[in-house]
Design a protein around this ligand. Structure first.
Ligand code: GDP
Ligand code: MG
Length: 692
């Protein structure tokens, strides 16, 4: 039986941990989540020798053991808890050769945990270009461990790394930084009280905010003859620790690391001067954004139409090929359209992720984040909120998932809460038909209205972020640290891997919810409590007022919908929505668009018994719809009110569900659902009452 060696891969974000992980484990990997949080947990295995199997963990990026983010807390919790099932036998710290100093700070901390720790300096392929030379022998001596130069991109150094791993028992587990020298009295007391424990581990338990440390900290501070320090003094000591570690590291680097500056001037620094420019930086970013949106809408319309048509055909085929009955009906009208409603989003989502991955991989995204950070901070968000806010214009679901990169919980929460205001793709078909209906087709009125709706979404997001920022009680200041990775030509393989991974998550996570809701809505729309629902067919055929111009089948459908559960619900909310200018038919469409907003148009088409073959007539039917007093239902006032309602309301159960998944509680999605709906109601009410 080979022995399983548990190895942790640690390091700052962007040092190439994942690339090293991929190189080592190939496709033998498993992606999961850490229990209770949505941070990704990756592990992979491979056979090192006939005696050893390695189980490798790709931990989330981590700048230091002083936790500022959930990601860092995970690392600390695992490393401080020897009972943890992931507690490693060996740690590999991955460092980026161009940001060695930062990584060494982390390495000296890891070394303090008395776990055999190897330093793998990655991106060795860039050393020549940068004129970097490292005295490895000397560095090994200074750091009291094995140092391996690797390049995940060029696949070099991995044989040596595996060899070192095999010999892990020979690695020293001594610390290289004596923590007690930052305050000898304090640590002397600590040592006296807990003679058996590691000082540095105790120190981490006292200073860290990870989940379980509070309990342990209490145990330590409750010990009678131990002096407790105030938070302020602890912070001061921590700062002293960092400074002293850097003094040590600078000394080590002076002895081992040389850069030939004549080669160091790179294209990167020139690019930075343009891309981070106070004016051009923003102009270029917005130009790139515009280009991305343009391409997303251009490229995705063909596959989307194709998917739409295929699912319609599939559902027709099922209807005609199988004996008609409840099951066939459920599959043809509930399940297939439900799945179609998920698949239709794939082109846009995959394309968006493709572009974002390109920007990310090339190193440009870090510049954008840096550029936007100052502005977004005023609204309680982080530079990293740019990605969710941009993604939200395609679909809120991947956008909410994209907030995982934001370390600070408060900033992440605000971003999650406001992202659904961004005008997502599902609102477009609704806007399109309403604009065509109520906005005069002259001059730029129609396109200005659409632009205005986009702007309203954006402003609503920013304003509500600001309000949340002012009123949120959770207050944890975050320090903005971002490594500027050097520019790289993106590896298409990595880009596609990201696209595949994220799209898959979307399909699985959002998919099951959209499907479930579609089925529930289908049941509500195809069942009714009273006899007149069941006898719809007889009722319509017997009626002599039957309008011959409308297909009989369509009339029956419409009558059924009217008397179904959802129809009854629609009628019962009429008194509530009448002040917004909506009647019960719009009410039904509003309710059904909780599955997905774009369902709105389709539902109205059914209610108005529009023949599905004739596209034009739905608009005509809507235009001819009259109120009791004979005035057209879709007046300017109703149209605007309805569009505003769609702009503000959170009419999307999938978003509610994904926010539930990401925040791990029903509290936030419910607050979001009710406050957005309330806001929509108030805005529409004002709009209708003023315009009417
Ligand atoms: P992580 O955040 O630490 O997991 O880092 P990733 O594995 O995602 O890598 C960050 C970036 O560095 C990606 O663009 C990689 O393609 C790039 N990268 C990773 N390893 C190497 C390497 O050995 N050489 C070079 N030049 N680039 C690399
Ligand atoms: Mg990674």
């Amino acid at each position: 039986m080979p022995q399983t060696l548990k190895v942790a891969l640690l390091g700052s974000p962007n040092t190439g941990k994942t690339s090293v992980f991929n190189t080592l484990t190939k496709l033998n990997q498993k992606v999961g989540n850490y229990p209770g949080i949505t941070v990704e947990k990756k592990e992979g295995t491979w056979t090192l020798s006939k005696d050893f199997k390695v189980k490798l963990f790709d931990f989330p990026g981590c700048y230091s053991l002083n936790a500022n983010s959930i990601d860092e807390s995970i690392v600390i919790e695992t490393l401080l808890n020897k009972q943890d099932q992931d507690y490693p036998h060996v740690v590999i710290v991955v460092a980026d050769v161009e940001n060695l100093k930062r990584s060494l700070l982390f390495f000296t901390q890891i070394k303090g945990l008395n776990i055999p720790s190897i330093l793998a300096i990655n991106m060795a392929d860039r050393m020549d270009k940068k004129g970097v030379e490292i005295d490895i022998k000397r560095l090994e001596k200074e750091l009291d461990t094995k140092v391996v130069l690797v390049s995940a991109r060029k696949n070099t150094g991995f044989e040596k790394l595996k060899q070192v791993l095999l010999d892990y028992k020979t690695l020293s587990i001594r610390e290289i930084f004596d923590i007690s020298k930052i305050d000898s009295n304090y640590f002397h007391d600590l040592k006296k009280t807990f003679p058996k424990e590691s000082l540095y581990r105790l120190w981490l338990l006292i200073t860290q905010e990870a989940n379980f440390t509070k309990l342990k900290r209490k145990k330590i501070t409750d010990t009678s003859d131990f002096r407790t320090l105030s938070t302020l003094s602890l912070k001061k000591l921590q700062q002293k620790e960092t400074i002293q570690r850097y003094v040590f590291i600078n000394d080590v680097l002076k002895k081992t690391f040389t850069v030939n500056p004549s080669k160091a001037k790179s294209i990167g620094s020139i690019l930075d001067r343009v891309l981070l420019h106070k004016v051009f930086g923003y102009v270029i970013f917005f130009a790139i954004l515009l280009l991305i949106f343009e391409s997303i809408y251009d490229f995705s319309s063909i596959p989307m139409d194709f998917i739409d048509a295929s699912f319609t055909q599939l559902s027709q085929w099922v209807k005609h090929s199988f004996p008609s009955g409840n099951l066939t009906h459920l599959i043809a009208d509930g399940v297939i359209p439900g799945i179609g409603g998920i698949v239709i989003f794939i082109p846009q989502i995959a394309l968006l992720y493709f572009f974002l991955a390109l920007l990310e991989e090339s190193g440009y995204m870090s510049r954008v984040i840096f550029l936007m950070d100052k502005g977004l901070r005023k609204f309680g968000m982080s530079g990293k909120s740019v990605i969710p806010l941009v993604s939200g214009t395609a679909c809120a679901i991947p956008a909410v998932m994209a907030t995982r990169n934001i370390e600070n919980w408060r900033e992440r929460l605000i971003t999650i809460l406001v992202t659904p205001f961004a005008t997502c793709a599902a609102r477009l078909p609704v806007y399109a038909i309403l604009i065509a209906l109520v906005i005069p087709d002259q001059g730029f009125y129609q396109s200005l209205t659409l632009m205005g709706l986009y702007l309203i979404g954006f402003v609503a997001a920013m304003l509500s972020a600001w309000v949340l920022h002012q009123s949120f009680m959770i207050d944890k200041k975050s320090f903005f640290v971002i490594e500027m990775p050097s520019y790289k030509v993106p590896l298409l393989k990595d880009v596609f891997y990201t696209v595949w991974e994220k799209t898959k998550t979307f399909i699985v996570e959002a998919g099951k919810i959209i499907l479930a809701i579609s089925i529930v809505l289908w049941v509500l729309a195809t069942n009714g409590p009273r006899d007149n629902f069941k006898q719809a067919e007889e009722f319509i055929t017997q009626q002599d007022t039957t309008d011959q111009s409308i297909d009989l089948e369509d009339q029956i459908q419409s009558y059924k919908l009217e008397n179904s559960y959802i129809g009854i619900l629609g009628r019962s909310i009429e008194p509530m929505i009448a002040p917004l200018g909506f009647d019960w038919k719009i009410g039904i469409a509003l309710l059904s668009s909780f599955a997905a907003r774009e369902v709105f148009v389709g539902t109205l088409a059914t209610i108005y018994s529009v023949d599905s073959e004739k596209q034009e007539t739905i608009k005509e039917r809507m235009a001819n719809e009259k109120r009791a007093d004979g005035k057209p239902l879709f007046s300017l006032a109703t149209g605007i009110s309805l569009m505003l309602f769609y702009a503000f309301a959170l009419q999307c159960m999938s978003t509610v569900a994904i926010v539930r998944i990401e925040t791990k509680t029903w509290k936030w999605p419910l607050i979001q659902l009710f406050s957005m709906t309330f806001l929509a109601y108030v805005v529409s009410l004002f709009a209708f009452q003023i315009l009417q």
